[in-house]
Design a binder for this molecule. Structure first.
Ligand code: PEP
Ligand code: MG
Length: 748
């Protein structure tokens, strides 16, 4: 870039900085800025358009157009040259605007007198906030240097808008992060709650976009780049040997960190008057805008790399780590792109009021934790990460899968009514707590709860559960940052058994792998972790941890009843090996003179279709079976439980799946093997009625589901329900859901 423009744009930014520093309200600031730009650029018109809502731009300040048009002239996204600039997030630079495709004549502005037009998007990190426009009477194309200077100014305006610098009383300006927005995602967990946004990974905030000391900024950038390169090298050094393609991808990442053109562009930005962090952000914004348009997958990936590197660089420059020291509000609604179960557990039960995820899936273990904590969860709330700011009011409607950010009074009022209604329903369920889940036909279903943390145990008496049908022991491993010791585990399991006060607790041995990754174990590089080295497979191949856990369980039971089940048993051989480990541990404890459990039950989780077809000998051999419907369903339908695109295509109530369940029920009945169902479906009232009607007598679910499930079971005759299901299956209905829900709706 020539020196002349360098100093021109620096001068312009210097003057802009003075305007921003002067204590004036939003509208006055905007008015001064457009005047200043028009002056510096020698053009007749300068205008700023900002978004009023996601689809509408409003003229918010102008010099050169009719002043009466300010806050009157509006256009839709994509409409006219201004709308097109905002929609495409690219510069439009033309000498003959009226002849341009899509030009819209707006008589109230008087702009027909101006021939040339240059519109530059005001955007922050790829998020469009508005458009900065200059126009001249003479037919001219603005030079690349002029356009560049406008882009730099637009970037600073974006930062200022973000920081609320234009919030003014008289302008009616409603900058992006103040508007109410509703996100329609999907329900991950029911419930309704009002709280304040707490970002899991806070955004880096650049508070100082302008600098008058380019040398200092350039040195800061150089130092930060050095630190970034060291980080990336470390990242690569820590990566296990990988195949050729992955090396190529990682090398591309490293290449970006060393990319001269990227550095040169940021250097240019600094020379034009931006601080180092503003320069990084300006280039990041460009990359994001291109990312949105790139159709080539490889290019998109590379732009993603650049985005990631820019974030790292910004954190280095601003010193804002992932922990920016933002205090957690008293009623936090966690907002994140996605979150693993370990990270979620670190927040601790009772801390979060709700969770809203940009991605996420219903079948993930993080969602299971949210369900165990009974906090509403909305997943796939697209755009929430760019819109939500720490401290914003958020209403989470887990029923509808909707989140209202900065809601207006009407929404707020309706939401309060909803919360009150749900509270009344809870009261009704509490009234059923001590009554059995006895259907009208007299059949009693035993309802148990799923747990995984000590903190879940208080729910045992309050929910009315008869025991813990699934204790997910891996959650204890996930909340730690090192492998727990045997003594620690045994003390913990003993406390669980104590807290259960004689009620049965089915401890499931460690089920790690898949999405449950222990930070202190070497990560596995597996193409299909859900079908990979997980659960009992890992336990049998590396028996040290399994043995330690079994010992801890035996010691914890110490003279009391002990129930243990092994996860993800795919064939009888695996169960036999695991049971042999259990027997060996019992023998060892006996020799050591430790008290043994009074009674033991050793069962298996049926989570792969293969086990449903195991020999009768196996069904007789196990002390009990528990169907892990989450995994069983994913493997039966070959549909990843964490992939929302495929997960929802299939339903537990499809006739084919019920056929599978009916086979399992039949085999257990002839072998006299107790059977339960502990997947998430057991906690959904309609599904629970179907399971009970199919012959399951024990269901295990999250504590909050016990009330609603019990309430429905008590209202129906399971024999009639079975007839409805069988009729639908005989008729050839693909799913029994329509027939069953129709019948349920007709019950008194
Ligand atoms: C299941 O798969 O249904 C189950 C209960 O286990 P998890 O959800 O922990 O995999
Ligand atoms: Mg499972």
């Amino acid at each position: 870039m020539p020196d002349r423009t360098e100093s021109e744009s620096r001068k312009l930014l210097g003057r802009l900085s003075a305007v921003m520093a002067a204590t004036s309200v939003g509208q006055t600031r905007l008015d001064r800025i457009v005047r200043l730009i028009a002056d510096s650029m020698g053009c007749e018109v300068c205008s700023i358009y900002l978004f009023r809502d996601a689809e509408t731009l409003e003229l918010c300040a102008t010099v050169g157009l009719q002043p009466e048009a300010v806050h009157q002239t509006r256009m839709r996204l994509g409409e006219g040259l201004v709308g097109r600039t905002a929609r495409d997030r690219t510069v439009i630079n033309t000498a003959n605007a009226p002849a341009e495709r899509g030009f819209r004549y707006m008589p109230e502005t008087g702009e027909e007198r101006f021939s040339s037009f240059c519109g530059v998007p005001i955007q922050r990190l790829g998020e469009a906030l508005g458009v900065l426009v200059v126009q001249s009477r003479s037919a001219r194309i603005y030079t690349p240097d002029e356009v560049y200077a406008l882009e730099v100014v637009a970037m600073v305006l974006a930062e200022m808008t973000e920081l609320g610098a234009f919030n003014g009383a008289e302008g009616g300006l409603s900058p992006r992060h103040q508007r109410p927005i509703t996100f329609r995602g999907m329900s991950g967990q029911e419930g309704a709650v009002a709280g304040r946004v707490f970002l899991h990974e806070p955004r880096v905030v650049v508070t100082n976009p302008i600098s008058d000391d380019p040398d200092r900024e350039s040195a800061r950038l150089a130092a930060a780049i050095e630190a970034l390169r060291a980080q990336v090298d470390e990242l690569l050094a820590g990566t296990a040997p990988v195949d050729g393609e992955e090396v190529a991808v990682l090398e591309a990442y490293r290449m970006f960190a060393n990319s001269r053109s990227w550095l040169r562009r940021m250097e240019d930005d600094i020379r034009s008057g931006l601080t180092a962090e503003a320069a990084v952000e300006k280039e990041q914004s460009h990359a994001r805008a291109r990312m949105g348009q790139a159709s080539d997958a490889y290019l998109r990936e590379r732009l993603h790399d650049l985005d990631d590197l820019s974030n790292r660089l910004l954190r280095i420059l601003t010193g804002q780590g992932s922990d920016t020291g933002v205090a957690m509000p008293s009623d936090p609604v966690l907002v994140a792109r996605n979150i693993g179960p370990g990270e979620l557990l670190e927040y601790g039960k009772g801390t979060l009021k709700g969770i809203v995820l940009e991605e996420g899936s219903v079948g993930s273990h993080a969602a299971i934790v949210a369900r165990a904590w009974a906090i509403p969860l909305v997943i796939r709330a697209e755009g929430v990460l760019t819109e939500a700011l720490n401290g914003d009011l958020m209403l989470v409607d887990g029923e509808q899968g909707v989140a209202h950010l900065r809601p207006d009074d009407t929404v707020r009022k309706a939401f309060e009514d909803k919360i009150a209604m749900l509270a009344r329903a809870q009261e009704r369920y509490a009234g059923l707590r001590d009554l059995p889940a006895q259907a009208l036909c007299g059949t009693v279903i035993s309802l148990h709860m799923n747990a995984g943390l000590m903190a879940d145990l208080p729910s045992l008496p309050s929910s009315g559960a008869e025991g813990v049908g699934l204790f997910r022991t891996e959650l204890q491993f996930l909340v730690r940052n090192q492998m727990p010791k045997r003594a620690e585990l045994s003390a913990l399991y003993a406390r669980v058994v104590d807290a259960a006060k004689g009620k049965r607790v089915a401890f499931r041995t460690l089920d790690i792998g898949s999405d449950k990754v222990l930070s202190y174990m070497k990560p596995q590089d597996e193409p299909n972790p859900a079908m990979g080295w997980r659960a009992i497979r890992l336990g049998l191949d590396k028996p040290g941890v399994l043995r330690m856990q079994i010992q801890a369980l035996i010691r914890a039971a110490s003279g009391r009843h002990l129930t243990v089940m092994f996860p993800f048993i795919a064939n009888p051989g695996e169960f036999r090996l695991a049971r042999a480990e259990f027997n060996k541990a019992m023998e060892r404890e006996r020799i050591l003179g430790h008290p043994l459990p009074s009674e033991v039950e050793v069962g298996a989780m049926l989570e792969t279709p293969s086990l449903a077809f195991a020999s009768y000998a196996f069904f007789r051999e196990v002390d009990f079976l528990s169907v892990g419907g989450n995994d069983l369903k994913q493997f039966f339908f070959a549909a990843d439980r964490e992939n929302e695109k495929v997960r929802r295509r299939y339903d537990m109530l499809e006739s084919s799946f019920l056929e599978l369940l009916s086979g399992i029920v039949g085999r257990c009945a002839s072998a006299g093997t107790p059977l339960s169902f502990c997947g998430e479906d057991a906690g959904r009232p309609v599904e629970a009625v179907a399971l009970a009607a199919m012959g399951f007598r024990t269901l295990s679910m999250r504590p909050a589901s016990i009330g609603p499930v019990k309430s429905l079971i008590r209202r129906v005759n399971l024999q009639e329900a079975r007839k409805v299901i069988d009729d639908a299956r005989i008729r050839g209905d693909e799913s029994v859901r329509p027939a069953l829900t129709d019948w349920l709706a007709r019950q008194p």
